[in-house]
Ligand binder design. Structure first.
Ligand code: G1P
Length: 287
């Protein structure tokens, strides 16, 4: 079955990015001139996703407004002949079909995914976490979908990280079956370094089979007292094969202030309009 739907859990409070996120969703922080969430939506659309399901929470209204039509703005741009800006604004709302469901309590990533159960239905689907911005020659979730088309089962996006960072991630162990592809044999959410089965971290990209929902329903709170998606995946692995794909591309954890700054600088340096003058500005800074 084709992967048509993508779940975007965006209910998180963004505490790592306070105070900027006190009254604004972290997903709306701008990277150059677009909010973070738009990069991730564009990645999904490039992979052929037709419907995006945002799992939202309080204080996330700005995301709904962003993907909705703004007739007042459109009229003003049309009346003042700003056709290029009008096209840009319309492109955001025309990009893809979106729908929203509220996660009423912050009970964890597994719970957020479960909240989308009725909207997803009985079909495989993608999950994209908005903190991870991935610059890649081909859409990162598209790379996972290609693997899904080959293996017809759950596919996790993974990246090798320095061992001392593994406790910040879900960790997978497995056997290499082809370049960049592992058959998963173990999964642990945020293990202490000395208990981690590998240095392979799950990043915020998944293709999941719908069997995950009934497993999450029975998953008890795990690390941090939250219902963890990784714990449900561990159970899923006992019933179905899971593969992990070491994606091609560069990931920035834009929920982290320093990584966000690095993403801003590196992407600005490559930007078609600002790249050259920005590069000159950086070069002119006192050492
Ligand atoms: C979540 C998942 C974790 C994964 C990470 C990727 O953790 O629980 O397994 O490695 O996303 O970003 P969080 O970063 O929400 O704590």
């Amino acid at each position: 079955m084709k992967i048509r739907k993508a779940v975007f859990p965006v209910a998180g409070l963004g505490t790592r990015f306070l105070p900027a996120t006190k009254s604004m969703p972290k997903e709306m922080l701008p990277l150059i001139d677009k909010p973070l969430i738009q990069y991730v939506v564009e990645e999904a659309v490039a992979a052929g996703i037709e419907q995006i399901i945002f799992v939202t929470g309080r204080t996330k209204r700005a995301i709904e407004d962003y993907f909705d039509k703004d007739y007042r703005l459109e009229t003003q741009l049309r009346d003042s002949g700003k056709t290029e800006l009008l096209k840009m604004v319309n492109a955001i709302t025309d990009m893809v079909e979106v729908c929203y469901v509220r996660q009423k309590e912050a009970l964890g990533l597994g719970h957020a995914v479960l909240t989308a159960k009725r909207l997803v239905g009985d079909e495989p689907f993608a999950v994209l976490l908005g903190d991870d911005i991935i610059e890649a020659p081909r859409s990162c979730i598209g790379q996972l979908i290609e693997k899904y088309e080959k293996y017809r089962c759950t596919i996790l996006g993974i990246e090798q990280v320095p061992m001392e960072q593994i406790s910040s991630y879900g960790c997978v162990a497995g056997t290499l079956v082809e370049p960049r592809t592992y058959k998963v044999s173990d999964l642990v959410e945020k293990p202490p370094v000395n208990e981690a089965p590998s240095d392979m971290a799950i990043i915020g990209r998944y293709v999941l089979t719908p069997e995950i929902f009934e497993i999450i329903e029975k998953t008890k709170p795990g690390r941090g007292g939250e219902i963890q998606l990784t714990d449900a995946l561990r159970e899923l692995e006992r019933r179905q094969a899971i593969y992990a794909c070491q994606f091609e591309g560069k990931r920035y954890d834009c929920g982290d202030k320093l990584e966000y700054l690095k993403a801003t600088v590196e992407m600005a340096l490559k930007h078609p309009q600002f790249g050259k003058p920005f590069g000159e500005f950086i070069a002119s800074l006192p050492k």
